[in-house]
Write a protein that binds this ligand. Structure first.
Ligand SMILES: C[S@@+](CC[C@H](N)C(=O)[O-])C[C@H]1O[C@@H](n2cnc3c(N)ncnc32)[C@H](O)[C@@H]1O
Length: 255
């Protein structure tokens, strides 16, 4: 029986190329907005950290606005992809670090910017990771948190999280906007801005990216077929299983 950490590595290590080419990850209004926030921030941050960097799409978007950026991920395959991608783009300020968000191997107040995108729903100890984000941020530093959101309606939420887990054994939990706000304010991070966008998830590429076993693909289809109309309406479930989730972006400051 594997630990959650082993499941994460087993699933993500060989998937760097899939995530590098994933249209959901390579582009999006959240990435454009993240670039804009950094532009508006003005002075280049001296040191930035990207938690759960995956194939590096957020790191590459933010790197031109910072002096040094550490792309952190527990999966060595992802970190190798980030170094290749950074070299291709001439982003010499990008370095990598093999670690988990729950235990960040840097001293207190080390970063002026800590960000994360589409990773926190894999973290088994989110409260600990959020404490770590606050710890490694310098006073006056900014945090940028982007992730898929749990639907506010419990009926829809239960169906959504079940689809996520069947598709990807490393899924822990998508959090609602309300849960995120409670977690972030509990560690003293003050919300400056919040934005939310719908993201259409194309079913075939969604399950292909994670090599979801056929048995689980069938279970997701069965779950969708049996789901009540409230769930179909809220998730915009289409005939081929594609659906629409909400992505939330929190821009915060450590006072
Ligand atoms: C969907 S990918 C990230 C996408 C990427 N941030 C982007 O913008 O394209 C999720 C990543 O989270 C990483 N991950 C899983 N558990 C983690 C943890 N506890 N701490 C940090 N990263 C984690 C996985 O290894 C994987 O590379």
């Amino acid at each position: 029986m594997r630990s959650h950490e082993q499941t994460v590595q087993t699933l993500f290590n060989p998937r760097a190329e899939d995530y590098r080419h994933s249209s959901v990850h390579a582009a999006g209004p959240d990435l454009d907005h993240a670039r804009e926030l950094l532009r508006q921030r003005g002075a280049r941050a001296a040191r930035a950290l990207d938690l759960g960097c995956g194939a590096g799409h957020l790191s590459f978007a933010l790197a031109p606005h910072v002096e040094h950026l550490i792309a952190l991920d527990p999966s060595p395959g992802m970190l190798e992809a980030v170094l290749r991608g950074a070299a291709e783009r001439g982003l010499s300020q990008v370095q990598t670090c093999a670690a988990s968000a729950e235990s960040i191997p840097f001293p207190d107040g080390n970063f002026e910017l800590v960000c994360t995108r589409y990773s926190a729903h894999h973290w088994s100890h989110l409260e600990a990771a959020v404490r770590e984000i606050s710890r490694v941020l310098a006073p006056g530093g900014h945090a940028l948190v982007i992730d898929a959101l749990a639907p506010p309606d419990p009926l829809v939420d239960t169906h959504f999280q079940a689809m996520e887990l069947l598709r990807d054994a490393s899924h822990v939990r998508d959090r609602s906007v309300r849960e995120w706000r409670a977690l972030l304010s509990a560690v003293g991070l003050a919300e400056v801005q919040y934005r939310q966008w719908p993201v259409r998830i194309e079913f075939a590429s969604w399950v292909a990216r994670m090599r979801t076993p056929e048995l689980h693909v069938a279970a997701i289809r069965s779950l969708q077929a049996a789901a009540p109309r409230e769930v179909h309406a809220a998730l915009g479930i289409e005939a081929d299983g594609s659906f629409t989730l909400q992505t939330g972006l929190f821009w915060l400051v450590k006072p």
